[in-house]
Design a binder for this molecule. Structure first.
Ligand SMILES: Nc1ncnc2c1ncn2[C@@H]1O[C@H](COP(=O)(O)OP(=O)(O)OP(=O)(O)O)[C@@H](O)[C@H]1O
Ligand SMILES: [Mg+2]
Length: 503
């Protein structure tokens, strides 16, 4: 008997099937940039094969816990268990042939690696009598098998890399069929990727990933260029379980959705106040090594500023329609006032509330009384201005995409991201650390470097050095790249633009 898992339709409209038995005898690698549809693809594969085969999912974001409701997977919250506990759980899941989702959400990188390794180790070490076939899916596999050492301890890295290597290299004999997905092939340890013989390649922008993919698939680099044009949910399939020749297919729909999608309203649970008190106010657990959140902005100051700024609207000012020219002229005056406020040498380092207050005063002097932007509008303008983005660009379509990407970052980082995006869009040199720090309202160069690291972790940008030690940054989703720039130089794109505009 062969079992065909329907993955979707080929671009020619035929059913695209995956041979489950062949898959169990081989392994699968899924690659595609953020948003290309990898997690969706894994979900489709898991849903379609759930009736046929036991599954384990290593889930860094807790995306797959929703499979439990529909298909009866056991969700294991890794946060609640020790490494030893998870190793035993891995063994038992195999003995009892129970499908599981290992939810690693909420753990830091070090603990994600250690606990995933323990769980995988348990499944791997089980007695020969229990070597039934199962699918082991690892989403964001580069987290567990990184190509280069990161900030975690050597020990955690060794454990995790060892477990992933075992899964991909020696798992088959033990019935474990590894299925791994990654955003960036270049970030995944080579030996782990090299064991896959089935591939589903999604949208890929960076040359370095494309080159790795071409090597793995034994394609010409030129052929791999086609990965750039794939749409969301579209993948190129190749391998014994899929197709003997590269086959383009659209992944079909899924029955469940990621838990992290739009929240829905739900009736509140019925519990007595006493129960609630006991639960909510129980003694706090010992302090876990959670990352500290940055301090909240000075709300009080902002409120005070906003209050001082509340425009005094006289009844006749609630006004008659304003003509388009008048609006444009007003906007120009508001922009000019903002530039004047930002021209002060220390403007980059002053609290937003203080800047706003000054802005409001100047607007009044300009006679802009009722047209003064409110604090949240001011914040948006400030972000754009610090990034060197004028109103004209802000309305451009591609730029809307940048704004959308930026919105996943904390407010105060968005300006920096936009500054980089602007440089990338125009092909300007990559801003130096000093310019980045300034756009962030900081003097610290180390903080500027950490910021870039953070954005890179979020999958927004890729930072690379050229042969001469000059830095260039590529925007992952938009595939724009800055020209190389000296990280220690003092390029100030925002001010370049301002002076270009006023010249
Ligand atoms: N074939 C598809 N049909 C319909 N919607 C899809 C399809 N593929 C992806 N999507 C939707 O596109 C969005 C992004 O997909 P997904 O989360 O799978 O991307 P991803 O490659 O896993 O990204 P990341 O690397 O950031 O996790 C999701 O909202 C998903 O529901
Ligand atoms: Mg994903």
């Amino acid at each position: 008997m062969t079992v065909a898992i329907e993955m979707g339709l080929t671009t020619a409209g035929a059913a695209a099937a995956m041979d489950l038995e062949e898959l169990l005898a081989t392994r699968l690698l899924v690659q595609g940039n953020s948003g290309s549809g990898k997690s969706h693809l894994l979900r489709r594969l898991l849903e379609q094969s759930a009736p046929w085969v036991q599954q384990a999912i290593i889930d860094p974001e807790g995306d797959f816990v929703t499979l439990a409701e529909r298909f009866g997977h056991l969700v294991i919250d890794a946060e609640d268990h020790t490494e030893r506990g998870l190793q035993v759980a891995g063994e038992r899941a195999r003995l009892h042939r129970v499908s599981t989702v290992l939810n690693l959400e909420g753990l830091d990188a070090e603990n994600q690696m250690r606990r995933a390794a323990a769980f995988l180790g348990g499944m791997f070490d089980v007695e020969r009598d229990h070597w039934y076939p199962m699918l082991v899916v690892v989403d964001e596999a580069q987290l567990f098998a990184p190509a280069v050492a990161g900030e975690v301890s050597d020990e955690a890295r060794k454990l995790s890399l060892g477990a992933m290597t075992n899964l991909m290299c020696r798992g088959r004999k033990r019935g474990l069929a590894g299925i791994i997905a990654t955003q960036r092939l270049a970030k995944l340890a080579k030996n782990v990727a090299a064991e896959a013989s089935n591939f589903l390649m999604g949208r890929t922008f960076l040359d370095i990933d494309m080159a790795r993919a071409a090597d793995l698939l034994g394609m010409e680099r030129r052929q791999a260029e086609a990965f750039r044009d794939l749409e969301r949910g579209q993948f190129m399939a190749l391998g014994p379980a899929l197709s003997r020749r590269p086959l383009r297919l659209n992944i079909g729909s899924t029955e469940t959705s990621p838990r992290n999608s739009t929240p829905r309203l739900m009736p509140l649970p019925e519990a007595t106040l006493e129960d609630a008190r006991a639960v909510i106010l129980a003694a706090p657990p010992p302090d876990a090594s959670r990352p500290q959140r940055r301090p909240a902005p000075d709300l009080l100051e902002q409120l005070r500023a906003a209050k001082a700024a509340a425009p005094e609207i006289s009844p006749e000012a609630v006004e008659v329609a304003v003509s388009a020219e008048e609006l444009a002229e007003r906007r120009e005056r508001v922009d000019r006032t903002l530039r004047a406020v930002l021209a002060a040498p220390d403007a980059g380092f002053r609290a937003i509330g203080v800047l706003y207050q000054e802005f409001v005063v100047r607007c009044r002097i300009e006679g802009l009384g009722a047209a003064v932007p409110d604090l949240s509008e001011f914040r948006r303008m400030l972000t754009h201005a610090r990034a060197g983005v004028g109103t004209d660009i802000a309305e451009d379509d591609a730029w809307q995409e940048v704004t959308l990407r930026a919105s996943i970052l904390p407010d105060d980082m968005q300006g920096v991201f936009m500054m980089i995006a602007r440089a990338a869009k125009e092909g300007w040199p990559c801003p130096g650390d000093a310019a980045i720090a300034r756009a962030y309202g900081s003097h610290s160069l180390r903080r500027a470097q950490r910021l870039l690291g953070y954005m890179e972790e979020q999958g927004l940008i890729v930072v690379q050095l050229d042969g001469g030690g000059r830095r260039f940054i590529t925007l992952v989703e938009l595939a724009w790249a800055t020209a190389p720039g000296d990280p220690n130089g003092d390029d100030q794109p925002a001010e370049q633009i301002a002076s270009a505009a006023s010249a």
